[in-house]
Structure formats: C-alpha cells, structure tokens
Design a protein around this ligand. Sequence first.
Ligand SMILES: *Cc1c(COP(=O)(O)O)cnc(C)c1O
Length: 380
Amino acid sequence: MSLPFLRSAVVQLAAYQPHVESEADPSSALVAPVRLDPLDTNECPYDLPEAYKEKLAWLLHHDIAANRYPDGGHGPLKAAIAQYVNEAIPADSPIGPDYISVGNGSDELIRSVLIATCVGGEGAVLVAAPTFSMYSILARTLGIPVVSVGRSEKTFEVDLAAAEAAIAQPQGLPVRVVFMVHPNSPTGNALTAAELAWLEQLPPEVLVVVDEAYFEFSQQTTLAAVLDRPNWVVMRTFSKAFRLAAYRVGYTVAQPALTQALEKVRLPYNLPSLTQAAAQLALTHRQELLAVVPEIQQQRRELADAIAQHTPLHLWPSDANFLYGRPPVPPGQSTEAELERWFYRLRAQGTLVRHTGGGLRITIGTPAENQRTLAHMQGI
Ligand SMILES: *Cc1c(COP(=O)(O)O)cnc(C)c1O
C-alpha cells in the first residue's frame, strides 16, 4: 500500500531483524528441531539468579508505585554506574555521575548521539564494515548519510587510509561521528594501538564513539580517553555480561558538557522504574554476576580450539563472548550460498547462529550448548 506521507528514507529502509528464524528455509527437507540454542545475539547464557528475580518482584509489588512516573533523572543509577566505571581507571574516582547518561538500551543512546550531532543535514557518520548494524540503521531513519569504510580481510583492522580520506575530503556532508566497537561485532577484534592512535588524533569537530558492549569479556577500555577529550564517548550496556537484555539499559560515559547534550535530546522518562531497579541490583551484586565471565572466556578458548581442530571453519581470534568464522567455499559455489548452507544446517540440528558480515557469528553459550555447537558443525 502506498503511504505518500512517509519519508522516502523510511520507505526504503529494511527493518533490523533480530532473528531470522521466521524466514522460509530454502532447504525445505530440513525440519527445524524442537529446541534451538539461541547463540545468535551474544547474551550471557545464564539468567539472573532466582533470588534477584524475587527481589525485583518484591520491589514491583511493594516499592514501585505503578501510577507514578519513574525517576527521570536516574540519580542513584548514575551514581552506581560511575562507581563501577571508576574501578577500571587507575586514578581516584575521576568519573562522577555528571559523566553518565542512561538509555533504553545502548540503541537509544546511539540515537541520542545522532540527534545531538548530525540531524538536519549537519553531518554524516563513519563506520567500518562489517560492524554492528544499528549505527547505520538508526542514522538512515534520521536521514543521516553513512560513510562506510572497509577492514583488512586478514585481521579486520579498519582501513585507516580510507577513513582518513573520508574525513579529510568528504564527498558530501562532513563526518561528525565515528562509531567503533571495541571489540568489534561481528568480528571479535579489539581496537589496535594504531587504530586508537588514529582515533585520538581526530580533530575536535569529530565525535568518537567507542561502543564497549563487550567490555566485561575483553577487559579493554578507552575510558581514560574520556577524561582528557571532550569529543570522546564510551558506550556500554547491561544486555551482555550483566544478564539484563530483557530490561533494556545502556549508558554512556563522556565529559559533563557532552553528557548534558545527550540528556537534552532523550525522552524524559526513558527508563521504567523496574529497569532502573534491575540495573542497580545487578551493579550491587556485580561480583557474583560477573563471576561467570572467566568461565565464558575459557569456553571461548576451548570451543575455538575444538572448531579449529575438528571442522573446516576458519576462525578469527576473539576478545568478546562470541566467535566469528567463515567456511571454505567449494569451487563454483558462492560465499553467501555456502554461508546460508552452514546457517541452515546448524539451525536444522538445533544451533541458531548469526549469518552476518560475510561470516557466521557464534555466541559462547553454556558448556552443554558449546558442545552441541561443535557436534552440529561436525555434522555438516
Ligand atoms: C549487543 C550490543 C549492544 C547492546 O545494545 P542494547 O540496546 O544495550 O541491548 C550495543 N552495541 C553492540 C556493538 C552490541 O553488540
């Protein structure tokens, strides 16, 4: 149906597809199994412990008035986040709550960054593909041009010469924001010293956003850069290591002037009361919740070794809670067709992975799930 009042950018946009489960399976002989291991969205494989769910249920019943708006200032949550991020910085608690903005998932914060910088024909964003797709999806919904540069096929390092040229000689609007994931999704590589040095020398009119969604797994952070650079934002989420994907909480760390700009453009009551309570509870009990991170890192090493030993999939090193690989392509076959074959064969056996960026991204699950991942790969 034609809806002539819609913006053409919205009509042309393909919506983000969290799971491709519902798509028709091209090999109809393969019947989907009853249970699928959900290894396609990089969540922690462990749910919040029962005692904390009970605590949240208690808060919902006795503490949170349903008729009242949530705290739109997020004061206690920002203070708890500031305390947590300071643990990764070797100075004395330099980051206060005025450095923190919280969003309904990092996705909302990405949109706030775009609204605060590029909307209205003021600028373009730069990404290095393959990377997290939400930057360009959200940019396009807002009519913001996306400049995409490539990465090395061998190491997935950013093509810095192309990125430099895109900033120095813009083809259209000037680049106002560079989005980098550290470590990158789907490829798993952390920013190198050369990439960090390039980001650090960018001029003050370019905002650097470093998305550290996988920080707890990589233990690598650029937080120190926030302290001396007004054009630097670190973005994090509670959706991965903190086990709260269902609750939708992300945060940014940036100098107070930039944080105030992000706060101005967000919705006033963006985080439900229960979500704020869940994030605070997770931070209070972070030692216990994050205690599974070393197990997941160990599982990542073991699964990577086993896949390398027992399957033809070519894997890259990963600093996150997922692996990225590409199968060998038989002569006469296309890469995409071979990737589709692997994706559907894995799914038919019960392992759901993500086919993205010209490869397969496989979340590290529980030890039992990882064993099944290996067995299902061997079954191809
Ligand atoms: C998972 C992920 C996020 C998290 O997004 P939320 O909206 O907070 O759930 C952000 N950035 C990247 C690169 C991710 O992989």
